[in-house]
Ligand binder design. Structure first.
Ligand SMILES: Nc1ncnc2c1ncn2[C@@H]1O[C@H](COP(=O)(O)OP(=O)(O)OP(=O)(O)O)[C@@H](O)[C@H]1O
Length: 720
């Protein structure tokens, strides 16, 4: 362990050889004085004090004084050199880790908690700095003093020196035996710290959900139990580290007593002069201090060896696959995208895409639609080269994607994700990120097209407004519009829109969709959406279900053919939301397609339709809490929700059961009986629901007893 740590520390300093050499030289000079100074007592007592020689006394004092001054200056110089050296090494390590992370495969980030990555910077790098400071100063100082002192002690009195060497074995035996356990405890403690930071981060980000679901108490309990586990590990780590330091001290005490006894006995017997005895004791005391200090560096060694190992793990994280060198200039030849028999899996156990074969002609607009989790976003990420297909390949203008220069290719893409990240900086910086050389006028033009300019100019600092905490001072829709402005600014030949308007209200969505239509001229556009009404004009629509391409064609063709697309269309069709987003409506035919109203007379359905209320929810809001009494049925007119179940064993304390979107419904059991909800429902995007109260429906059904029986029967079947 010691050698590995030293090897690594030296390798960190390799880039600064002259500075490191200067440091070691200055340190050695300083140490030489520290180690040899006690010897002056022998000369002083035996040659000056006992013979009463004043001249010799003055000379010795002068020599010691001047050497002391020189060595002290060398000590100060070594402090400066070390300060520079450790700061440089920290800077280099931070840079190396950061640069490496920029090229690591995106899958690694999804598998690794961000707290783990942060702790490399916040826990491990500081531990390396601490170790460098302690090993390069106290460590080297102590070792040098011990080595020089041992030689001088042998010169002064060999038998006492042998006794000290035997004592040294005793002093280091304890740490040697405990070393491995101490290291294991250090690993555990660092892992616990990392988990705690992760929990904290998650808690800070999830405050809305926590307060919305009244989870404060549950979260505090979870954190308390985490702290309890951590406390035990922390306590054991402290105990073993204290033992690592305590054991040598006890051994040192024993050796001290032996030496004092032996030395005094030898002086009594005249085997050693008084000057030599005083020099021996002084030297031995300074050596004892060094040994004592050395025991502290042992903890630094165990601590830093864990950090070095952890950093090695990050440095070995898989990088993005090698790319090609071909620079396809897509402005000149509009991009054509082809998926040839592409299969893909994130994890070994499940194919997410199965033999996808599709062709998007140059300059056309393609839409990927299908149920949630069917693989649409994955296709977009494959185009971006975030992942490599397991089988088959992707072609851009007949060149296989992996032969293209990845950076150059990505520069020609504008992408809007479902979740768009805003960086710490001004609005101007955030939009300009996609084209750093863009003028302010260009940025404003893009913001106007993304319909966010008016809002920006209404802010006191306008485009200089600072984005706080990943965009917390903007609504979901505003963040999405800023991301759209970013994509527009780049004026890219390929536009990838992954649910790019999911957070917008109907008016903004309709108008941004018109902007996209305008923008789609002279470029190839791939849009992923679950809202079919927004892509009816696409040149080609590809429909996915469970990783397979199950239908494709234009809107009209597929409606005519009556496949899965028509099913999806029928689910969403018949639900309308007013442009303000505040009123939703369902038509009679759509109502008749709900299983429990199937076959019911249209007149009754018209009456039932009027009983629905509109309810709107912002993104991230709880709709239903597990355990509360259910008395309402929900139909999603617009938006996305997730259904989750509380699960203390799961990492986030819950597991996702399903995602529901436009046209889906939930809570139908509440129409039948007043029983507690079995899961939580939270909105993912802003949502507009049509809701039906049980008691309101019962009023109608009481008027039509023959329908009442049928509705109850259907609901009972669904419940089972
Ligand atoms: N990083 C990942 N690691 C493991 N599985 C993943 C990962 N990302 C997505 N998946 C899984 O792959 C499948 C396809 O996901 P994808 O996001 O492509 O679907 P989607 O059709 O875009 O869904 P949605 O409309 O809900 O965004 C899902 O089952 C999802 O759980």
């Amino acid at each position: 362990m010691v050698l590995t740590v030293i090897r690594h520390l030296l390798s960190y300093m390799r880039a600064y050889k002259p500075l490191a050499a200067f440091f070691f030289l200055a340190l050695l000079l300083d140490l030489a004085f520290l180690s040899l100074a006690p010897l002056s007592f022998k000369v002083l007592i035996d040659k000056a004090i006992i013979p009463q020689d004043i001249d010799y006394f003055v000379l010795i004092l002068l020599v010691v004084g001047i050497s002391g001054l020189i060595c002290m200056s060398a000590g100060v110089a070594s402090d400066y050199a070390l300060a520079k050296l450790t700061a440089r090494v920290q800077k280099d390590l931070r840079q190396r880790l950061f640069e490496h992370m920029q090229h690591v495969n995106i899958g690694f980030f999804q598998k690794t908690r961000s707290s783990e990555l942060l702790s490399y910077f916040s826990v491990d790098l500081p531990s390396i700095e601490r170790a460098m400071n302690s090993i390069l100063t106290i460590g080297i100082q102590s070792v040098t003093v011990v080595v020089i002192s041992t030689a001088v002690l042998f010169y002064l009195q060999w038998s006492m020196a042998v006794a000290i060497l035997l004592g040294a074995v005793l002093i280091f035996l304890g740490p040697y035996l405990l070393g491995r356990r101490a290291q294991a405890m250090n690993v555990l403690h660092k892992e616990q710290l990392e988990i705690m930071i992760g929990d904290l981060q998650e808690n800070i980000k999830a405050q809305k959900v926590i307060k919305g679901f009244n989870l404060q108490h549950a979260m505090t309990n979870k954190f308390t139990s985490r702290l309890q586990t951590m406390f035990l590990i922390h306590y054991r780590k402290n105990v073993i580290n204290a033992q690592l330091e305590r054991l040598p001290m006890v051994s040192l005490l024993l050796v001290n007593l032996t030496i004092i006894g032996l030395g005094s006995y030898l002086a009594l017997r005249g085997h050693i002069t008084l000057g030599a005895l005083v020099a021996f004791f002084t030297m031995y005391t300074s050596m004892g201090n060094s040994v004592f200090n050395l025991t502290f560096t042992i903890t630094a060694f165990t601590d830093v060896s864990v950090s070095i190992e952890r950093m090695q793990k990050l440095m070995q994280a898989p990088l993005e696959a090698a790319d090609g060198s071909y620079m396809e200039h897509l402005q000149e030849q509009l991009p054509e995208i082809r998926f040839a028999d592409v299969s893909f899996k994130y994890t070994e156990d499940r194919d997410v895409l199965k033999k996808i074969d599709l062709h998007i002609p140059p300059g056309s607009t393609a839409a990927f639609v299908g149920s949630s989790g069917s693989g649409k976003s994955t296709l977009v990420q494959l185009i971006l080269g975030f992942y490599e297909p397991g089988e088959g390949h992707i072609e851009i203008n007949r060149h296989r994607l992996e032969t293209l220069n990845r950076g150059y290719f990505r520069e020609q893409i504008g992408v809007v994700f479902q979740e768009n990240f805003l960086f710490n900086g001004t609005i101007l910086d955030n939009i300009r990120i996609s084209k750093p050389e863009a003028s302010t006028e260009e940025v404003i033009e893009a913001a106007k097209k993304a319909e966010i300019h008016d809002y920006i100019t209404s802010l006191p600092a306008r485009y200089e407004t600072v984005v706080l905490d990943e965009g917390a001072n903007f609504s979901g829709g505003q963040r999405q519009r800023l991301a759209i402005a970013r994509a527009i600014l780049r004026n890219p030949p390929i536009l990838l829109l992954d649910e790019a308007t999911s957070a917008l209200d109907p008016i903004s969505e309709a108008s941004i969709n018109r902007t996209f239509e305008e923008l789609s001229k002279n470029r190839t556009v791939v849009t992923v959406t679950h809202r079919l009404s927004s892509i009816t004009g696409a040149d080609s629509i590809f429909v996915f279900d469970q990783g397979r391409l199950v239908d494709s064609g234009t809107h009209q063709e597929m409606l005519h053919n009556g496949g899965y697309y028509k099913e999806l269309w029928d689910k969403q069709n018949g639900l309308s939301v007013s442009l303000s987003g505040q009123e939703a409506e369902i038509d009679g035919e759509r109502l008749a397609r709900l299983p429990f109203f199937r076959g019911i007379d249209m007149d009754v359905l018209k009456e039932i339709k009027g009983l629905f209320n509109t309810e709107t929810f912002a993104a991230g809001q709880p709709v239903i809490h597990a355990g509360e009494q259910g008395e309402k049925f929900y139909l999603i007119a617009r938006g996305r929700v997730e259904i989750t179940k509380h699960d203390p064993a799961a990492e986030e304390g819950k597991v996702r059961l399903a995602i529901l979107e436009d046209g889906d419904h939930f809570g139908e059991i509440a129409l039948l009986e007043n029983i507690p909800r079995t899961a939580d429902v939270t909105t993912i995007t802003p949502c507009v629901f049509l809701t039906l109260q049980r008691k309101v429906l019962y009023y109608v059904l009481s008027k039509y007893p023959e329908i009442d029986t049928r509705v109850r029967q259907t609901l009972k079947e669904r419940k089972n």
